[in-house]
Design a protein around this ligand. Structure first.
Ligand code: NAP
Ligand code: SF4
Length: 673
């Protein structure tokens, strides 16, 4: 008996039984796009199948060229390609897993000039205007879906997932927002859903009864002109009749201005929508979005919100997620903190995806952690993400590791990040490393600033001493109203009602959100829904209502010297959320500033290279977020003492240090020691 009886219960689907209620949802890694990468994809999925997941869904494959998300992206259109997929499906089956191929037609989200859709309406997030399909053209798309499903079966897949949500091709036919047609594919709701239903019916007729068809149904479009609840329900019923085996939940179009998966979205924020839908059909229903721990999944299923849960990113973070839940080791799970930094941000930049907290994700054949042949004594100095990843990886490989940390807790910069509203998940990574330190037997010295004498006897010393805040040379920087972000976030130093934040990088933006949030936690679901204008889809089409953000308790000015857009360096998939949050809180953003001086009156500015338009911000507090300087005091003395030293993380290069580089560097170094 485990603590997760609902989560781990098998599910009999007639011709096949899922071993538990956990689906690894679709996530494009970039390994889908070239046949030569299929062995790497096989290793990636096999590791997850070995970790016990009930069913895997691949990244999206286009059923034809017009449906390509990007030119030469993944597609499945020939028997030759299908045969090559056997390496993937065989690898998953060998581990006792099941795998379905997702069919994804991008429609007007296609990033090429040959895109097609219901109507010739350009998406706000894509420069290409699609061509409106003729009646014959629509039929050809349906045939392509059916053919793709048949090819998936030939390639050894156990089923397909038809991507009908997130604003892609099928969703574009379903919603009046994008479907202005007057023929039998547009106009009435019945006509608009004809495409979706005919695709599912056509696939079922072609593949026979013993093949899974999952339909990903958009239960809340979160855009103006989205489907209303009656349409969603009617679609679900017809999809069931057409022969789908399972209905999965999709939430929000990509062009929606409501975040749906970033870390500031509360856990399981949308499962109540699946719960409202579930009684409308008899086939199993899957829920998704921001479920990242077994306890969360168990609660969702025990409440009856759904029959299954789907998670994509949590399986990048930890391939053994299910195995650890099954063996009562949930405290060992490397939790996805929903940062998007190494997964979705990579995909959007046309780079291969991985995971910030697990650099091995989708690199299984390349970043191999073998047991060491010669156990050595290794000292790691600094217990931020860099030092932690180096210490536990080295220890896991069989080295004797001691970790020195001057602070009285582990976590480094993550200890600051976790205090930012909406970044509470970062605490999970600290918890995970804490547990791994215990399990691997690393000897931890907290509150101990390591000296050369402490380190002299080790075979290798890894310096991950991190960074300190940069103090810019602004006249009056020593004024009592000046604080660093560490003073404010970590040590809770009092801040006045009017505040200037100097520096608008990742930390300046985080600090602005920290200062404009009232004490009530952002991860409170009701408050979060009010801030972003999300309501029950039974009450408003698309589940949208007027946003009512909680007013900021302070007036905040966010400043940068560069003339460019504030927050330009933030992640592609998360930056817009931060910018919208700042706007919600009426943070005044000033760019192209020169910091003239700080005094009792406040912060004196001028603008532009000619130092014009002087302005004084009459602020009570100035918070400095002007980047970091490396801390590497020990390196020269250690080298002089003949110690073998490795400098990594912010201590190596403070500029543009982020946790992704930190953890990756720590892990890779330890893989070679
Ligand atoms: P950062 O991104 O480098 O930003 C520091 C800011 O300070 C710059 O925007 C710079 O803008 C300003 N600055 C630099 N030198 C200055 C000086 N001498 N005087 C006044 N202003 C100065 O560094 P950070 O904000 O400290 O973040 C550190 C790392 O953590 C970054 O790599 C960041 O990406 C990462 N991070 C990411 C997130 C996220 O949400 N993804 C959140 C937090 C941190 P101007 O020179 O134009 O004024
Ligand atoms: Fe999750 Fe971040 Fe890893 Fe993506 S990179 S899987 S969001 S922890």
């Amino acid at each position: 008996m485990t603590g997760y009886p609902h989560l781990l219960a098998p599910l009999d689907l007639g011709h096949v039984t899922l071993r538990n209620r956990v689906i690894m949802g679709s996530m494009h890694t970039g390994l889908e796009d070239r046949a030569k990468d299929l062995p790497k994809l096989a290793a990636y999925f096999a590791e997850r199948a070995r970790g016990g997941v009930g069913l895997i869904v691949t990244g999206g494959y286009a059923p034809n060229r017009t449906g390509w998300l990007t030119p030469f992206g993944s597609r499945l259109t020939s028997r030759r390609q299908a045969r090559k997929h056997r390496v993937v499906t065989d690898a998953v089956h060998a581990e006792g897993g099941l795998i379905a191929l997702q069919i994804l037609h991008a429609g007007r989200y296609a990033y090429h000039p040959f895109s097609v859709s219901a109507s010739a309406l350009k998406a706000p997030i894509n420069p290409f205007k699609p061509r409106a399909l003729s009646d014959r053209g629509v039929r050809r798309q349906i045939d392509a879906y059916v053919e793709c499903a048949a090819l998936a079966r030939e390639g050894g897949y156990d089923g397909v997932e038809v991507m009908g949500s997130e604003g892609y091709f099928i969703n574009q036919f379903l919603a009046e927002r994008t479907n202005k047609r007057k023929d039998r594919w547009g106009g009435s709701a019945e006509n608009r859903r004809r495409l979706a239903v005919e695709i599912v019916r056509g696939i079922r007729q072609r593949v026979g009864p013993d093949f899974l068809i999952i339909y990903r149904l958009s239960m809340a479009d979160l855009v103006e002109g989205g489907q209303d609840w009656a349409e969603v329900v009617a679609l679900g019923k017809e999809i069931e009749q057409a022969g789908a085996s399972i209905i999965n939940t999709g939430i929000g179009w990509h062009e929606a201005r409501v975040p749906t998966i970033v870390t500031s979205v509360p856990r399981a924020a949308f499962t109540s929508i699946t719960a409202a839908f579930r009684p409308q059909v008899r086939i199993p229903v899957v829920t998704s979005n921001r479920i990242n721990l077994p306890q969360v999944g168990e609660e969702v299923l025990a409440r009856g919100d759904a029959d299954l849960i789907s998670m994509a990113r949590p399986f990048l973070a930890d391939p053994d997620w299910v195995l650890k839940a099954t063996t009562d080791r949930a405290d060992e799970i490397n939790v996805c903190i929903a940062c998007n930094q190494a997964c979705l941000d990579h995909v959007f930049a046309k780079r291969k995806a991985s995971c910030m907290v697990n650099p091995r994700a989708a690199r299984e054949t390349e970043l191999v952690l073998l047991p060491t042949r010669r156990t050595r004594r290794i000292a790691v100095v600094g217990a931020g993400p860099t030092g932690l990843s180096a210490a536990v990886t080295a220890a896991e490989r069989g080295h004797q590791v001691e970790l020195f940390e001057a602070d009285d807790e582990i976590g480094g910069q993550f200890g600051i990040a976790r205090r930012i509203p909406g970044k509470e998940e970062f605490a999970e990574t600290i918890r995970y490393y804490g547990r791994r330190l215990e399990l691997t037997g690393v000897k931890v010295h907290l509150g101990r600033r390591a000296s050369v004498d402490d380190l002299r006897g080790f075979d290798e010393v890894v310096l991950a001493t991190g960074v300190v805040p940069r103090i810019p040379a602004i006249p009056g920087i020593d004024h009592e109203k000046v604080l660093s972000y560490v003073d404010v976030v970590r040590f809770g130093r009092p801040v006045g009602a009017r505040v200037a934040v100097v520096g608008a990088g990742g930390i300046g933006v985080d600090v602005s959100e920290f200062l404009t949030t009232v004490d009530s936690p952002t991860l409170d679901l009701a408050a979060w829904k009010a801030e972003w204008g999300v309501t029950d889809p039974r009450q408003a089409a698309g589940a949208l209502t007027k946003p009512r953000p909680e007013p900021s308790p302070r007036q905040v000015f966010l400043l940068q010297r560069k003339p460019g857009k504030i927050g330009a360096g933030l992640g592609k998939t998360t930056g817009w959320v931060h910018r919208a949050a700042l706007k919600n809180k009426q943070v005044e953003q000033l760019r192209g500033v020169n910091y003239e001086r700080i005094d009792d009156e406040g912060l004196h500015l001028t603008f532009g290279p000619k130092r014009e338009k002087p302005r004084t911000l009459a602020v009570d507090t100035v918070v400095i977020c002007a980047g970091q300087e490396p801390v590497r005091d020990l390196v020269d003395d250690l080298r002089a003492a003949g110690v073998s030293v490795h400098l990594i993380g912010g201590a190596d290069r403070a500029a543009e240090l982020d946790a992704k580089r930190a953890i990756d560097q720590g892990t890779r170094l330890a893989a070679t020691l």
